[in-house]
Ligand binder design. Structure first.
Ligand SMILES: C[S@@+](CC[C@H](N)C(=O)[O-])C[C@H]1O[C@@H](n2cnc3c(N)ncnc32)[C@H](O)[C@@H]1O
Length: 251
């Protein structure tokens, strides 16, 4: 396998802001000023914020609370969930890694349809909540995905829904996922493209928009083949998303 060249992402493009962790700290401090209710000068890094804060203030799709629980966001989330679950339901994945399961809305589906699931959740409250669900076939790991390692070729599917915008070093995570995924395994990933970033900024979540073109260059770089891509159907909504189903190819 070719050695990934992370420097590719530290060039002159605007992706610097999103993909390089040192720049991210600067970016974060701007957000502290703008989004006082979120950070309250308490957190130094995105990981610390996600570990300790009560993010169910804005993320609680299951209980119909917070930004994503009601109205516009709830509909977007439902549509997204349906598309992903429809795509997954007849697949024969043996071992799945779910990153950032949150309140477990996908974990519920995964635990019913697949045998062996590992979830990595950084948030203290969400982790407790997931524990209480007593899944019999889900290994719950309470940690930061950027700080842990799994064995090579361990999973045949990795899923991140509404997560990569919160990760400080995306190329590093992709490099790791590439290693954890078996040949021809699948990566399911979604994000909100750059053009809706400003809106997220206003509502105060720590999302960072991602540029579609550059994201796809990165996928190529890590040798993922896009097998299917879903775009949100209703284009009237301010916040849009893209879902990628990616096949892990080896050279
Ligand atoms: C917007 S929520 C999405 C939850 C879930 N995937 C869903 O679609 O309902 C983002 C989740 O990612 C988790 N997260 C953020 N950064 C993380 C990290 N570095 N490692 C593990 N989980 C992380 C958050 O705690 C939160 O549960």
């Amino acid at each position: 396998m070719k050695k990934p060249n992370i420097n590719l992402w530290l060039g002159k493009t605007h992706m610097d802001t999103f993909f390089e962790s040192s720049t991210l700290v600067v970016d974060l401090s701007n957000r502290v000023k703008r989004n006082k209710w979120l950070f309250k000068d308490k957190y130094q890094t995105i990981s610390e914020y996600f570990k300790k804060s009560d993010i169910s203030n804005w993320w609680n799709p299951e209980e119909g609370k917070g930004d994503v629980g009601q109205g516009l966001f709830a509909n977007i989330q439902k549509e997204k969930r349906k598309m992903i679950q429809n795509w997954m339901k007849d697949k024969k994945f043996k071992k799945i890694l779910e990153v950032g399961p949150g309140t477990g809305r996908f974990t519920d589906f995964l635990s019913v349809n697949f045998k062996d699931i590992t979830c990595v959740e950084i948030n203290d409250k969400f982790y407790k909540k997931l524990k209480q669900k007593n899944y019999s076939n889900v290994l719950l790991v309470h940690d930061d995905i950027t700080q842990i390692q799994f064995k090579k070729d361990m999973f045949d599917c990795v899923i991140l829904v509404d997560v990569i915008m919160h990760i400080s070093n995306i190329p590093e995570l992709f490099k790791n996922i590439k290693c954890w995924l078996k040949e021809n395994g699948f990566l399911i990933v979604d994000f909100t493209p750059l053009k809706w970033y400003e809106y997220y900024n206003k509502i105060g979540t720590v999302h960072r928009g991602i540029d579609k073109k550059e994201f796809e260059v990165m996928l190529k770089h890590y040798q993922f083949e896009i097998t299917q891509m879903f775009e949100q159907k209703n284009k009237d909504n301010i916040v849009q998303y893209l879902i990628y189903m990616l096949n892990n190819k080896l050279d």
